[in-house]
Every structure is written in structure tokens, then in C-alpha cells.
Design a binder for this molecule. Structure first.
Ligand code: BTN
Length: 256
């Protein structure tokens, strides 16, 4: 059976993954989803076995060998573009919940890196096509499922992990993808109905709140204690002089 049909078989969603484009190899599933935008519906999924130029945040590469999960979800949310950071938290929560179903203690590093025992196992790159409204967004999710971290570039080896390493056995990628799409739909729906629930659950799985962090934004470097996230998904950082900084986007590094 084709991989896309295997996923759809038994998939319990209303719209996410009703249409799935599967490729053996692409440059980036996010870029492919953009190319296919005219053919995509709300909830269409683009998935690849391997990415040659997988994209991470901050222009970095996302190493994408066979065995990992690389997919992009095409969505047409009716919402103000300024609310996009809230969606970022929502997707991170859904991925963390999916991984927790495997019995692993997945936590979220702000804004949406998924960690197990302090090591990154999944990342999300959300891109949007915006004029005054959002035309579409693409939520690109990468999960180091059955990959050998020892083959990753040396500088990543200490900070990354994979599901098969943590579980000491391979995961069933088809089942995990189904679970992921179901969780994404569940939390995406909750997002529109009761955003506070997303925040409460996000906070309960946060690995960042309570830590001393260094945040690199486009214009400054901020050091302080992460004390919470606000309604917008902004990280609240308390500086040494007691002032509170709200950070909408940036790279978060733990200082201790
Ligand atoms: C990050 O943590 O830096 C984000 C990584 C996002 C990787 C995924 S893999 C599927 C999708 N396609 C891409 O090129 N990137 C995202």
C-alpha cells in the first residue's frame, strides 16, 4: 500500500490529512507545500521520507535522513496575523502530547522545541503567506523518529536525541504520524474554542519556565529568568533589575 494510504487507513480526523502528498525525497516539505498551495485544501499534508534541504528556524538546516518524520500541514485559519505566535504554541503542544503517548517525558522549550531529558527530538517551522489576512500557514514538523543521532554533525550530537534511542526500539512511523495528525487537529480546534486551555497545558509541559535564559532576538540579547508565557504566546523574562520583558520571537538558550 502507498505510504499516504497507510496513514489515511484508520486516521480519525475530520480534515487534517484527508489529502496527503507523499514524496520519497524533496528539498523541504514546507517549500513543496508552498509549491502545491493551489492544490492544497485546509488540512492537506505534505510528507517526505528524506529532505535534501530541510529547513530549521533561524535559517539553519534540519538534518533529514531516512527514518525521521518530515511533514508540513497546510492550513487556512481565519484569524488575525498577529495571533500567529499563539498557533506556534498550539502546534508544539500537540507534538509534545503525541510523543508523550509513547510513554516518553516530552517537554516544550519555548517557543516550540520538543525535548526529552533535555535533548531536542522535534522542531517546528511555521511559515505564513500573509497580506492583510492570512492566506495560508504551513506548519512544518520534523521528528527524529528512527534516526541514528551518531550520524548527525558533531555539534548536534550532544543536544539531540531520537525516539528510537529513548525507547530502545524503533517506532512505528505510520501509527505515530496518524497520532500526530489527530492531536494537531484536536489542539487546533481547541485553539479556536478555548485558547486558555492550550496555554494551561502548554505551561504544564514547559521546560523553560523557571529557568535562567538568554534570548537572542533580532535586535537584542536578553538575559533573565523565564517566569511565564502570556496570552499572546510571548515569553515573560524577569531581568536582574526586576523589570519584566515580553518576547514575541527569538532563540532561547538555557544558561544553567
Ligand atoms: C527547528 O527547530 O529549527 C524547526 C525544524 C523544522 C523541521 C521541519 S521538517 C518538515 C518541515 N520542512 C522543513 O524544511 N522544515 C520543517
Amino acid at each position: 500500500m502507498e505510504f499516504a494510504d497507510e496513514i489515511k487507513n484508520g486516521l480519525n480526523t475530520k480534515y487534517i490529512g484527508k489529502k496527503i502528498y507523499h514524496f520519497a525525497e524533496v528539498d523541504s516539505t514546507n517549500d513543496m507545500a508552498k509549491k502545491l498551495a493551489d492544490k492544497c485544501e485546509d488540512g492537506t499534508v505534505v510528507i517526505a521520507d528524506v529532505q535534501k534541504r530541510g529547513k530549521g528556524r533561524f535559517g539553519r538546516e534540519w538534518i533529514s535522513p531516512s527514518g525521521g518524520i518530515y511533514l508540513s500541514i497546510f492550513l487556512k485559519p481565519r484569524m488575525d496575523p498577529s495571533n500567529a505566535p499563539r498557533l506556534t504554541l498550539t502546534f508544539g503542544l500537540a507534538v509534545a502530547k503525541t510523543i508523550r503517548k509513547l510513554g516518553l517525558d516530552a517537554k516544550i522549550k519555548w517557543p516550540n522545541d520538543i525535548l526529552i531529558n533535555g535533548k531536542k527530538v522535534s522542531g517546528i517551522l511555521t511559515e505564513a503567506d500573509v497580506n492583510n489576512n492570512i492566506n495560508y500557514i504551513i506548519a512544518g514538523i520534523g521528528i527524529d523518529a528512527n534516526v541514528d543521532i551518531d550520524t548527525f554533525p558533531i555539534e548536534l550530537q550532544d543536544s539531540a536525541t531520537s525516539l528510537n534511542r529513548e525507547l530502545k526500539k524503533p517506532v512505528n512511523r505510520v501509527e505515530l504520524i496518524r497520532e500526530l495528525l489527530e492531536e494537531i487537529e484536536k489542539y487546533y480546534d481547541i485553539y479556536f474554542q478555548d485558547y486558555h486551555k492550550i496555554l494551561d497545558e502548554w505551561r504544564s509541559l514547559s521546560d523553560t519556565i523557571g529557568r535562567v535564559v538568554e534570548i537572542k532576538t533580532q535586535k537584542e540579547l536578553i538575559i533573565g529568568e523565564a517566569v511565564g508565557v502570556d496570552l499572546e504566546g510571548e515569553l515573560l523574562v524577569e531581568l536582574s533589575d526586576g523589570t519584566l520583558k515580553k518576547i514575541i520571537a527569538g532563540e532561547c538558550i538555557y544558561m544553567e
